[in-house]
Design a protein around this ligand. Structure first.
Ligand SMILES: [Zn+2]
Length: 124
């Protein structure tokens, strides 16, 4: 898989940053992502939980935007630096966040377009 470490002011991110659209499509389809509107009970309000973003910063789950969720407790967060990061929250009493992958937003949208094309081909 083609990956690179995320850099921001010389700090290396603790998450795998995907730079290849095909690699991202492959990672993305492993989980059944859906829009958060499909589950009105979804919430990223985990007190104090943070994640390492591909942009090199740590973000607070509760304060970062997301639109896509997957089961059991997974989110794709979109940070203000233009990175999308997939996170899994583990644990019931004591939660921790696990970074799955990260990518730049433009790669993410290219991957979405590609998946749409693939689906259109299948449906034809
Ligand atoms: Zn970020």
């Amino acid at each position: 898989m083609t990956t690179e470490l995320g850099y921001n002011n010389g700090v290396i991110a603790d998450v795998e940053v995907i730079t290849d659209v095909d690699d991202l499509v492959e990672q993305y389809i492993k989980d059944m992502w859906s829009h958060k509107s499909g589950n009105p009970y979804s919430s990223s309000d985990y007190k104090g939980l943070t994640f390492s973003c591909g942009c090199g910063e740590e973000h607070i789950l509760r304060d970062t935007d997301y639109n896509l969720i997957a089961l059991p407790v997974k989110f794709i967060f979109e940070c203000r630096n233009g990175f999308m990061t997939a996170i899994r929250v583990k644990g019931i009493l004591f939660q921790r966040s696990i970074e799955m992958w990260s990518c730049k937003s433009d790669i993410f949208f290219q991957a979405q377009e590609k998946m749409k094309e693939i689906l259109d081909m299948i449906n034809e």
